[in-house]
Design a protein around this ligand. Structure first.
Ligand SMILES: NC(=O)c1ccc[n+]([C@@H]2O[C@H](COP(=O)([O-])OP(=O)(O)OC[C@H]3O[C@@H](n4cnc5c(N)ncnc54)[C@H](OP(=O)(O)O)[C@@H]3O)[C@@H](O)[C@H]2O)c1
Length: 248
């Protein structure tokens, strides 16, 4: 699939109100609904052929889509789930001898030493019904949506809010291009308050000059399935699926 003249390269990420994405080499939350969504949209084939809707794989190394991630995100995948099953995993590291096959020789994982090599390999391997997803973490996301590195065409984000009890949540204050105003909302990420999500890695600011917010219908068309609309609840979190599209 292409958008204009560009191959679709989609970021997939979940982030809190302060743009936080990680803490101590792990996710700062556990939200099954988001995790299942992430697994499904990065694994399934993208085709109008309805016979492929109920897709199945014979073994973990079979795949439709390609996922690219930094070495630290790779290491944060639990060993028994590594590489991400049923996706071709490209791991980016500056270490030429870094071994992504430490446990066994995986057919669907490989090491590259630069973002450019990752994108070149992904483009070369990509299948007809497949897409390329960027899975983070912070370092990789920054290099994918930076002004000088306009690699990604779409950003699939799960916006997560922590809902401290008993007060009701404050409205999301993530706006495209905005900076988090720590003084404006005392329910958000701050390492000194138990009601707040502790984070040490962050998603970059999304520049509205380069990305627009897509409608919910556009999101559904992009992922080729029905997507729950509005805030979803997984106590103590609320979350929402959104899509941002690079302006032509
Ligand atoms: N919420 C989410 O959706 C989400 C998604 C993914 C990850 N995360 C979280 O994000 C955190 C990890 O993010 P991170 O920023 O610390 O690490 P990262 O981006 O996953 O990986 C960083 C590593 O990638 C390699 N790298 C980056 N740019 C490179 C380049 N241009 N050329 C060659 N190698 C390059 C380097 O490996 P070497 O040091 O080996 O050279 C670098 O140390 C974890 O907490 C994880 O749980 C959250």
């Amino acid at each position: 699939m292409t958008v204009g003249q560009h191959e679709v390269i989609a970021i997939a990420a979940a982030l809190g109100d302060t743009y936080g994405i990680g803490y101590q080499q792990d996710l700062p939350w556990s939200i099954p609904g988001d995790w299942e969504w992430f697994q499904r949209i990065t694994t399934k084939p993208y085709t109008s052929d309805t016979t492929l809707e109920r897709y199945s794989f014979e073994k973990d190394s079979d795949w439709h889509n390609i996922v690219i991630m930094g070495r630290l995100s790779w290491e944060s995948i639990p060993m028994q789930q590594r590489p991400h099953h049923n996706r071709y995993n490209i791991v980016v590291s500056s270490q030429a001898s870094y071994n992504v096959h430490a446990v066994e020789k995986w057919e669907h994982a490989t090491l590259v030493n630069s973002i450019q090599d990752a994108l070149a390999l992904a483009t070369q391997l990509k299948k007809n019904h497949g897409r390329i997803f960027i899975l983070g973490g912070e370092q990789i996301y920054r290099q994918m949506i930076g002004q000088d590195t306009p690699h990604c065409t779409h950003i699939l984000l799960t916006h997560i809010q922590h809902t401290p009890s008993p007060s009701p949540p404050t409205p999301a204050r993530l706006q495209l291009g905005s900076k988090y105003d720590e003084t404006a909302d005392d329910t958000l990420c701050n390492n000194n308050n138990s009601n707040k999500i502790e984070c040490d890695t962050f998603f970059p600011s999304i520049d509205p000059a380069h990305f627009r917010t897509a409608s919910h219908q556009e999101l559904q068309l992009f992922v080729q399935e029905s997507v729950p609309s509005g805030l979803q609840i997984h106590d103590p979190f609320q979350y929402e699926f959104r899509l941002y599209v690079r302006r032509e």
